[in-house]
Design a protein around this ligand. Structure first.
Ligand code: ATP
Length: 269
Protein backbone atom coordinates (compact mmCIF):
# COMPACT_ATOMS: atom_id res chain seq x y z
CA UNK A 1 0.00 0.00 0.00
CA UNK A 2 1.24 3.46 -0.88
CA UNK A 3 -0.76 4.98 1.97
CA UNK A 4 -0.23 6.38 5.46
CA UNK A 5 -2.81 4.20 7.20
CA UNK A 6 -5.48 2.82 4.87
CA UNK A 7 -4.87 -0.87 4.31
CA UNK A 8 -1.45 -0.90 5.97
CA UNK A 9 -2.61 -3.55 8.43
CA UNK A 10 -3.87 -6.10 5.92
CA UNK A 11 -5.45 -9.52 6.56
CA UNK A 12 -5.92 -11.72 3.49
CA UNK A 13 -8.13 -14.82 3.42
CA UNK A 14 -8.78 -17.25 0.61
CA UNK A 15 -12.36 -17.94 1.65
CA UNK A 16 -14.48 -16.46 4.44
CA UNK A 17 -18.18 -15.87 5.01
CA UNK A 18 -17.98 -12.10 4.72
CA UNK A 19 -15.16 -9.58 4.93
CA UNK A 20 -17.41 -7.28 7.01
CA UNK A 21 -18.06 -10.06 9.54
CA UNK A 22 -14.40 -11.08 9.82
CA UNK A 23 -13.34 -7.46 10.25
CA UNK A 24 -15.99 -6.92 12.96
CA UNK A 25 -14.32 -9.78 14.88
CA UNK A 26 -10.88 -8.21 14.45
CA UNK A 27 -12.28 -4.85 15.59
CA UNK A 28 -13.54 -6.47 18.81
CA UNK A 29 -9.98 -7.69 19.38
CA UNK A 30 -8.66 -4.13 19.03
CA UNK A 31 -7.67 -3.91 15.34
CA UNK A 32 -6.53 -0.39 14.40
CA UNK A 33 -8.02 2.34 12.21
CA UNK A 34 -7.32 1.45 8.58
CA UNK A 35 -7.22 -2.33 9.05
CA UNK A 36 -8.19 -4.01 5.79
CA UNK A 37 -9.66 -7.49 5.32
CA UNK A 38 -9.41 -8.87 1.78
CA UNK A 39 -10.82 -12.18 0.55
CA UNK A 40 -10.70 -14.06 -2.73
CA UNK A 41 -14.13 -15.56 -2.10
CA UNK A 42 -17.06 -14.96 0.26
CA UNK A 43 -19.60 -17.64 1.08
CA UNK A 44 -22.11 -15.21 2.59
CA UNK A 45 -21.28 -11.79 1.12
CA UNK A 46 -23.89 -9.24 2.16
CA UNK A 47 -25.61 -6.29 0.52
CA UNK A 48 -27.92 -3.76 2.13
CA UNK A 49 -31.00 -4.85 4.06
CA UNK A 50 -30.06 -8.51 4.21
CA UNK A 51 -29.50 -8.94 0.49
CA UNK A 52 -26.65 -11.11 -0.67
CA UNK A 53 -23.53 -10.24 -2.69
CA UNK A 54 -22.43 -12.78 -5.31
CA UNK A 55 -18.77 -13.53 -4.46
CA UNK A 56 -17.13 -16.25 -6.58
CA UNK A 57 -13.41 -17.08 -6.29
CA UNK A 58 -10.61 -15.82 -8.51
CA UNK A 59 -12.53 -13.02 -10.22
CA UNK A 60 -13.34 -10.10 -8.01
CA UNK A 61 -12.35 -7.81 -5.16
CA UNK A 62 -13.99 -8.15 -1.76
CA UNK A 63 -12.59 -5.97 0.98
CA UNK A 64 -13.63 -4.25 4.20
CA UNK A 65 -11.94 -1.26 5.78
CA UNK A 66 -12.08 -0.45 9.50
CA UNK A 67 -12.47 3.16 10.59
CA UNK A 68 -12.49 4.44 14.15
CA UNK A 69 -13.50 8.04 13.49
CA UNK A 70 -13.32 10.97 15.87
CA UNK A 71 -16.64 12.37 14.62
CA UNK A 72 -20.06 11.34 15.91
CA UNK A 73 -21.72 8.10 14.68
CA UNK A 74 -24.58 9.96 12.96
CA UNK A 75 -22.09 10.91 10.22
CA UNK A 76 -21.09 7.30 9.52
CA UNK A 77 -23.52 6.73 6.65
CA UNK A 78 -21.71 9.44 4.67
CA UNK A 79 -18.66 7.17 4.52
CA UNK A 80 -20.48 5.05 1.92
CA UNK A 81 -20.43 8.07 -0.35
CA UNK A 82 -16.78 8.83 0.48
CA UNK A 83 -15.91 5.26 -0.52
CA UNK A 84 -17.98 5.59 -3.71
CA UNK A 85 -15.79 8.55 -4.72
CA UNK A 86 -12.64 6.58 -3.87
CA UNK A 87 -13.73 3.51 -5.88
CA UNK A 88 -14.54 5.58 -8.97
CA UNK A 89 -11.24 7.46 -8.66
CA UNK A 90 -9.37 4.16 -8.25
CA UNK A 91 -11.02 2.50 -11.24
CA UNK A 92 -10.37 5.51 -13.43
CA UNK A 93 -6.75 5.72 -12.30
CA UNK A 94 -5.99 2.06 -13.01
CA UNK A 95 -7.88 1.99 -16.31
CA UNK A 96 -5.83 5.04 -17.27
CA UNK A 97 -2.63 3.11 -16.51
CA UNK A 98 -3.68 0.43 -19.00
CA UNK A 99 -3.14 1.93 -22.44
CA UNK A 100 -5.12 1.07 -25.60
CA UNK A 101 -8.68 -0.06 -25.03
CA UNK A 102 -8.91 1.62 -21.67
CA UNK A 103 -7.95 5.02 -23.05
CA UNK A 104 -10.60 4.74 -25.78
CA UNK A 105 -13.11 3.54 -23.25
CA UNK A 106 -12.37 6.34 -20.80
CA UNK A 107 -13.18 8.92 -23.46
CA UNK A 108 -16.58 7.37 -23.95
CA UNK A 109 -17.60 6.27 -20.53
CA UNK A 110 -16.74 6.97 -16.88
CA UNK A 111 -17.67 5.01 -13.79
CA UNK A 112 -20.92 6.43 -12.46
CA UNK A 113 -22.64 6.27 -9.08
CA UNK A 114 -26.19 5.17 -8.38
CA UNK A 115 -27.01 6.84 -5.08
CA UNK A 116 -26.02 5.96 -2.49
CA UNK A 117 -23.84 2.88 -2.84
CA UNK A 118 -23.58 1.36 -6.29
CA UNK A 119 -20.96 1.97 -8.97
CA UNK A 120 -21.91 1.40 -12.58
CA UNK A 121 -20.07 1.21 -15.88
CA UNK A 122 -22.16 1.54 -19.04
CA UNK A 123 -25.36 1.16 -16.96
CA UNK A 124 -24.19 -2.13 -15.38
CA UNK A 125 -23.59 -2.54 -11.67
CA UNK A 126 -19.94 -3.41 -11.09
CA UNK A 127 -19.64 -2.54 -7.40
CA UNK A 128 -21.66 -2.39 -4.20
CA UNK A 129 -20.70 -0.76 -0.89
CA UNK A 130 -22.04 -1.77 2.51
CA UNK A 131 -21.29 0.38 5.57
CA UNK A 132 -21.96 -1.05 9.01
CA UNK A 133 -21.72 0.72 12.34
CA UNK A 134 -20.55 -1.11 15.48
CA UNK A 135 -21.28 0.67 18.74
CA UNK A 136 -19.59 -0.71 21.80
CA UNK A 137 -22.14 -2.01 24.33
CA UNK A 138 -22.39 0.38 27.31
CA UNK A 139 -20.42 3.19 25.65
CA UNK A 140 -22.16 4.90 22.72
CA UNK A 141 -19.15 7.19 22.18
CA UNK A 142 -16.92 4.25 21.37
CA UNK A 143 -17.71 2.99 17.92
CA UNK A 144 -16.21 1.81 14.70
CA UNK A 145 -17.35 1.80 11.12
CA UNK A 146 -16.78 -0.99 8.63
CA UNK A 147 -16.99 -0.11 4.96
CA UNK A 148 -17.29 -3.22 2.79
CA UNK A 149 -16.76 -3.18 -0.97
CA UNK A 150 -17.36 -5.78 -3.68
CA UNK A 151 -16.10 -5.07 -7.22
CA UNK A 152 -16.64 -7.30 -10.25
CA UNK A 153 -13.26 -7.24 -12.00
CA UNK A 154 -12.86 -10.23 -14.37
CA UNK A 155 -15.37 -11.49 -16.91
CA UNK A 156 -17.78 -14.00 -15.35
CA UNK A 157 -21.22 -15.47 -15.65
CA UNK A 158 -23.67 -13.92 -13.21
CA UNK A 159 -26.63 -15.81 -11.74
CA UNK A 160 -29.84 -15.39 -13.71
CA UNK A 161 -31.53 -13.06 -11.23
CA UNK A 162 -28.81 -10.39 -11.54
CA UNK A 163 -27.50 -11.12 -15.07
CA UNK A 164 -29.50 -8.19 -16.49
CA UNK A 165 -28.05 -5.57 -14.19
CA UNK A 166 -24.59 -6.82 -13.14
CA UNK A 167 -21.37 -6.46 -15.13
CA UNK A 168 -17.61 -6.67 -14.69
CA UNK A 169 -14.86 -4.18 -15.52
CA UNK A 170 -13.22 -6.63 -17.94
CA UNK A 171 -16.41 -7.39 -19.80
CA UNK A 172 -17.36 -3.71 -20.08
CA UNK A 173 -13.96 -2.24 -20.99
CA UNK A 174 -12.05 -5.15 -22.50
CA UNK A 175 -9.33 -4.64 -19.90
CA UNK A 176 -8.37 -7.24 -17.31
CA UNK A 177 -7.14 -5.14 -14.38
CA UNK A 178 -4.88 -6.37 -11.60
CA UNK A 179 -6.99 -6.81 -8.47
CA UNK A 180 -3.96 -5.97 -6.35
CA UNK A 181 -3.25 -2.72 -8.20
CA UNK A 182 -6.90 -1.68 -8.09
CA UNK A 183 -7.13 -2.32 -4.34
CA UNK A 184 -3.95 -0.27 -3.78
CA UNK A 185 -5.26 2.58 -5.89
CA UNK A 186 -8.63 2.64 -4.10
CA UNK A 187 -6.91 2.71 -0.70
CA UNK A 188 -4.80 5.72 -1.77
CA UNK A 189 -7.88 7.47 -3.16
CA UNK A 190 -9.85 6.69 0.00
CA UNK A 191 -7.21 8.27 2.19
CA UNK A 192 -7.41 11.49 0.17
CA UNK A 193 -11.22 11.50 0.08
CA UNK A 194 -11.42 10.75 3.81
CA UNK A 195 -9.22 13.78 4.56
CA UNK A 196 -11.57 15.94 2.49
CA UNK A 197 -14.50 14.50 4.45
CA UNK A 198 -12.82 15.07 7.82
CA UNK A 199 -11.97 18.69 6.96
CA UNK A 200 -15.63 19.78 7.21
CA UNK A 201 -17.21 16.71 8.80
CA UNK A 202 -19.46 16.38 5.76
CA UNK A 203 -19.38 15.96 1.99
CA UNK A 204 -19.01 19.66 1.07
CA UNK A 205 -15.65 19.05 -0.61
CA UNK A 206 -16.75 15.86 -2.41
CA UNK A 207 -20.30 16.83 -3.32
CA UNK A 208 -19.53 18.26 -6.77
CA UNK A 209 -17.48 15.21 -7.73
CA UNK A 210 -20.18 12.84 -6.46
CA UNK A 211 -22.95 14.76 -8.26
CA UNK A 212 -20.86 14.83 -11.44
CA UNK A 213 -20.92 11.04 -11.41
CA UNK A 214 -24.52 10.58 -10.35
CA UNK A 215 -26.22 8.41 -12.94
CA UNK A 216 -29.77 9.63 -12.28
CA UNK A 217 -28.96 13.33 -11.94
CA UNK A 218 -31.76 15.46 -13.42
CA UNK A 219 -33.67 12.32 -14.49
CA UNK A 220 -36.95 10.92 -13.29
CA UNK A 221 -36.47 8.39 -10.51
CA UNK A 222 -38.68 6.16 -8.48
CA UNK A 223 -37.88 6.22 -4.77
CA UNK A 224 -38.65 2.89 -3.13
CA UNK A 225 -39.54 4.06 0.35
CA UNK A 226 -41.00 1.69 2.97
CA UNK A 227 -43.47 4.48 3.82
CA UNK A 228 -44.63 4.58 0.19
CA UNK A 229 -42.94 4.77 -3.22
CA UNK A 230 -42.90 8.07 -5.08
CA UNK A 231 -41.40 9.55 -8.24
CA UNK A 232 -39.58 12.81 -8.87
CA UNK A 233 -36.48 14.26 -10.49
CA UNK A 234 -33.15 13.53 -8.76
CA UNK A 235 -31.27 16.81 -8.31
CA UNK A 236 -28.10 15.52 -6.63
CA UNK A 237 -26.90 15.12 -3.05
CA UNK A 238 -26.51 17.74 -0.34
CA UNK A 239 -23.50 18.02 1.98
CA UNK A 240 -25.05 15.42 4.31
CA UNK A 241 -25.20 12.87 1.50
CA UNK A 242 -28.99 12.92 1.23
CA UNK A 243 -30.55 12.78 -2.23
CA UNK A 244 -32.59 15.83 -3.22
CA UNK A 245 -35.67 14.82 -5.18
CA UNK A 246 -37.89 17.40 -6.85
CA UNK A 247 -41.54 16.40 -6.59
CA UNK A 248 -44.18 17.03 -9.31
CA UNK A 249 -45.47 20.10 -7.36
CA UNK A 250 -41.98 21.70 -7.53
CA UNK A 251 -41.11 21.15 -3.87
CA UNK A 252 -37.86 19.36 -3.02
CA UNK A 253 -37.67 16.50 -0.53
CA UNK A 254 -34.49 15.00 0.93
CA UNK A 255 -34.13 11.24 0.91
CA UNK A 256 -32.00 9.52 3.54
CA UNK A 257 -30.07 6.46 2.40
CA UNK A 258 -30.92 4.23 5.35
CA UNK A 259 -34.27 2.95 4.25
CA UNK A 260 -34.64 3.50 0.54
CA UNK A 261 -33.49 2.43 -2.92
CA UNK A 262 -33.72 4.48 -6.09
CA UNK A 263 -34.64 3.20 -9.54
CA UNK A 264 -35.05 4.70 -12.98
CA UNK A 265 -38.73 4.94 -13.88
CA UNK A 266 -38.40 2.10 -16.43
CA UNK A 267 -35.80 -0.14 -14.80
CA UNK A 268 -32.72 -0.39 -12.62
CA UNK A 269 -31.27 2.98 -13.70
P1 ATP B 1 -30.04 -2.24 -5.66
O1 ATP B 1 -28.76 -2.62 -6.31
O2 ATP B 1 -31.12 -3.22 -5.94
O3 ATP B 1 -30.42 -0.82 -5.88
P2 ATP B 1 -28.88 -2.03 -3.07
O4 ATP B 1 -28.01 -0.91 -3.51
O5 ATP B 1 -29.62 -1.85 -1.81
O6 ATP B 1 -29.96 -2.40 -4.13
P3 ATP B 1 -26.61 -3.67 -2.58
O7 ATP B 1 -26.61 -3.75 -1.14
O8 ATP B 1 -25.64 -2.74 -3.23
O9 ATP B 1 -28.07 -3.37 -3.08
O10 ATP B 1 -26.33 -5.10 -3.23
C1 ATP B 1 -27.18 -6.20 -3.15
C2 ATP B 1 -27.89 -6.42 -4.47
O11 ATP B 1 -26.97 -6.34 -5.57
C3 ATP B 1 -28.46 -7.82 -4.59
O12 ATP B 1 -29.78 -7.85 -4.13
C4 ATP B 1 -28.36 -8.16 -6.09
O13 ATP B 1 -29.48 -7.64 -6.77
C5 ATP B 1 -27.17 -7.37 -6.55
N1 ATP B 1 -25.92 -8.16 -6.60
C6 ATP B 1 -25.51 -9.19 -5.82
N2 ATP B 1 -24.27 -9.59 -6.14
C7 ATP B 1 -23.86 -8.79 -7.15
C8 ATP B 1 -22.66 -8.69 -7.90
N3 ATP B 1 -21.61 -9.49 -7.71
N4 ATP B 1 -22.61 -7.74 -8.87
C9 ATP B 1 -23.63 -6.90 -9.10
N5 ATP B 1 -24.80 -6.94 -8.41
C10 ATP B 1 -24.90 -7.87 -7.45
Amino acid sequence: MQTKWAGKNLHYYECIESTNTTLAGLAMQGACHGTLVVADRQTAGRGRRGRSWESPAGKNIYFSLLLTPAFTPDKASMLTLVMACAVTRGIEQVLGENAGMAADFLELSKPQIKWPNDILLNQKKICGILTELHISPGNADEYSVIVGVGINVKAQEFPEDIAGKAGSIEELTGVSLSRKRLTQSIMSAFETCYELFEADGDLSLLMDEYNGRLINKDSQVKVLDPKGDFTGVARGINAAGELLVELPDGSVTTVYAGEVSVRGTCGYV
